[in-house]
Ligand binder design. Structure first.
Ligand code: BGC
Ligand code: ZN
Length: 394
């Protein structure tokens, strides 16, 4: 407190403001490996957003993924300006607790998921598609320059909140990873409008982690025959989940390389790459059907080098009119289609989504357990923190 304040002034301030209510958060010091720790933040208020447009959300569940792992390994991630730490968590799920006077879109009790990226300066940011930003500096909650959701409450403008049906409460935490898949598939269809009559029949998904499984799901919901390729021999939970969608599971340990598998079951009209292992991209390029589209979604921080049959790949792309596209993040539109796909999945494959939620951890204070699952766990599909129970929940 500045010493120039009189004691009357300072006691008025105390009475008016009280001491800020604090909340727990799981944070890292970006750039310092293994720095995940429990931090404290002041609890936000609905009035933190101007014009009566604030929505105060109580966080219920937050999932963690490879991005959080990379941030804790100090390979990625940036703290907000003026903060030494970054609160982690971008896969959120919560319940609206309070809304500002000018919020018409949401009400207390609604389940919501927040989008991750916040607008920057490019033209794409200004038209609601910050997932397509061309800015080098970007803002992502829990990842880059904005605090994330591994805490107790947050406040947002409704523009960045997407409502989730009450019946999807248990699996709503899967919406954010689903949106990454939704964007990739939507982009593929958008690009393929060039063909006028493109109806993909055969698809391959490379990788059977959370994204690979959700991509398999989204393609099966669109009536596509899917071969999902991963490393590990079947049967285990992930291959069971693929087969429960009536998709085919093939593995490097079981039936050989992706090219071997493609020779048997391909060529593929659409390939969704989500293995995290970049050398497979070049195999995928060779397994693509004429007029096919290859979607790349793996964020690969390593430095693998491979030798590739450059002329053969180039020639088949040229003569076959093939396309390869990268995809990252997701804007509001893909959160909305994600909600629809999760709803359809709950009807068509009851219980399937719940089986992805393999490793729950109760309470932010058990962050070590959460990161232990993420960094060293066996058989982990989705580890998540159960931050709080929705009132009325068991
Ligand atoms: C997140 C995306 C984000 C990307 C790159 C992913 O884990 O799900 O929202 O854009 O990381 O930071
Ligand atoms: Zn993510």
């Amino acid at each position: 407190m500045p010493s120039t304040l009189t004691s009357t002034q300072s006691s008025q301030m105390d009475a008016a403001q009280g001491r800020p209510q604090m909340m727990k958060a799981i944070a890292v010091f970006p750039g310092r490996p293994g720095s995940v720790h429990l931090a404290e933040l002041p609890k936000p208020a609905v009035t933190d957003i101007a014009g009566g447009r604030g929505v105060l959300v109580r966080i219920l569940r937050v999932g963690v993924d490879g991005t959080d792992k990379e941030i804790n390994a100090a390979e990625y991630g940036e703290a907000p300006e003026g903060s030494l730490f970054l609160v982690l968590g971008h896969e959120s799920f919560g319940v609206v607790e309070e809304v500002g006077a000018r919020v018409t879109e949401l009400m207390p009790g609604d389940y919501v998921v927040a989008t991750v990226r916040r607008p920057g300066m490019s033209i794409y940011d200004r038209i609601g598609t910050s997932d397509m930003t061309t800015d080098d500096v970007y803002f992502e909650r829990g990842i880059s320059r904005r605090h994330g959701f591994l805490t107790e409450h947050y406040v947002e403008d409704p523009e960045f909140l997407v409502k989730v049906p009450q019946d999807l409460g248990d699996v709503g935490v899967l919406l954010e990873p689903t949106t990454v898949v939704e964007k990739g598939i939507a982009q593929a269809f958008e690009i393929q409008r060039r063909l006028r009559v493109w109806h993909p029949k055969k698809a391959a998904v490379i990788g059977a982690g959370t994204i690979g499984l959700l991509a398999t799901l989204a393609l099966r919901l669109r009536g596509v025959e899917v071969t999902t390729f991963a490393k590990q021999r079947r049967p285990y939970l992930n291959s069971d989940l693929v087969e429960a969608l009536r998709a085919r599971y093939a593995s490097a340990e079981g039936e050989g390389s992706f090219l071997d598998v493609a020779a048997k079951y391909g060529p593929f009209d659409l390939i969704f790459e989500a293995s995290g292992f970049a050398p497979l991209v070049f195999d995928a390029m060779q397994a693509l059907a004429k007029n096919g589209v290859l979607v790349l979604s793996s964020v690969t921080g390593s430095d693998h080098k491979v030798e590739v049959p450059a002329d053969r790949i180039n020639l088949s792309f040229v003569l076959g009119n093939k396309v390869m596209v990268g995809t990252v993040n997701a804007n509001r539109e893909y959160f909305e289609t994600g909600v629809k796909d999760l709803s359809q999945a709950a009807l068509e494959y009851p219980g399937w989504l719940n089986r992805l939620l393999t490793h729950p951890v109760k309470g932010l204070e058990n962050y070590r357990q959460l990161f232990d699952y993420l960094e060293h766990g066996q058989g982990v599909i989705k580890a998540f923190c159960q931050v709080a129970q929705a009132s009325g929940d068991r």
